[in-house]
Write a protein that binds this ligand. Structure first.
Ligand SMILES: [Fe+2]
Ligand SMILES: [Fe+2]
Length: 244
């Protein structure tokens, strides 16, 4: 399923996959494409098994060789296992935390020189001339080097595993956060490192004008559900807070 989340003509933010194309033993994951003119960027493209279906969907919007940037929220297999094939086919530069650029070449990358380190505070990344995205720090949520990606035109924030649900009811947006919370609570309590990291992240998010929170797994948050998520995470005890 492909869903265009934002479209002003030259600029589009597209939900490229919504969990339906992952093998059953894995956690269903979302993939995203941002198009600006004839250039594009993709977020967390996942394993190589997803390449055929995702590349066919991307081709409905832009030429694959015009993917200029690949953003990886962190180092996990569901984020990066197919990186080699994406790098080969697109020629894109890959942006990920400086903590992981030394480890990714162990996936036998053909072009490790195209891995670019995102600094701890994050920065504005020029994907192509006139096309920029902002990396937002999300350290320890759950990876020690975790980044989010903010698109200032669509005002959509890609949050990786933050807000991630292990399953969904097939709806793209959450209607009722209280009803949704049981699907995200166990994961966040176990995987997120601690409340201090969550509070720091909520403050980072509030520096930007965020309309939609788009995680790597499960449905998206807008309106009241977005505010409910931020408020819930700000007070959540998790990870080391619960480690007795
Ligand atoms: Fe992860
Ligand atoms: Fe994930």
């Amino acid at each position: 399923m492909t869903e265009v989340l934002y479209d002003d003509g030259p600029h589009k933010f597209i939900l490229l996959g919504f969990g339906e194309s992952t093998r059953e033993e894995g956690i269903p994951s979302n993939q995203y494409l941002v198009v600006h003119g004839s250039d594009g960027a993709i977020f967390d493209p996942g394993g190589s098994g997803l390449f055929p279906v995702l590349s066919a969907r991307i081709a409905n919007f832009i030429d694959l060789t015009r993917i200029r940037g690949i953003f990886l929220s962190h180092q996990d297999p569901d984020v990066s296992a197919g990186l080699n094939v994406w790098m080969e086919v697109t020629g894109a530069r890959v942006h990920l935390s400086r903590l992981w650029t030394r480890f990714m070449p162990h996936m036998d990358l053909v072009h490790p020189d195209r891995l670019l380190a995102v600094s701890d505070p994050g920065s504005t990344v020029e994907v192509a001339p006139g096309f920029s995205l902002v990396t937002v720090p999300a350290h320890f949520l759950h990876s020690p080097g975790q980044i989010n990606v903010y698109d200032p035109i669509s005002r959509i924030l890609f949050t990786g595993d933050i807000g991630a649900a292990e399953r969904s009811n097939g709806k793209i947006y959450i209607d009722d956060f209280a009803e949704h919370r049981p699907h995200i609570e166990p994961f966040h309590r176990r995987y997120m490192a601690g409340n201090r990291a969550l509070r720091q992240w909520v403050r980072e998010v509030e520096k930007h004008d965020v309309e939609v929170i788009a995680p790597q797994h499960g449905p998206l948050y807008r309106g009241k559900a977005r505010e409910d998520l931020l408020r819930w995470l700000f007070d959540l005890q998790c990870g080391m807070d619960l480690y007795d």
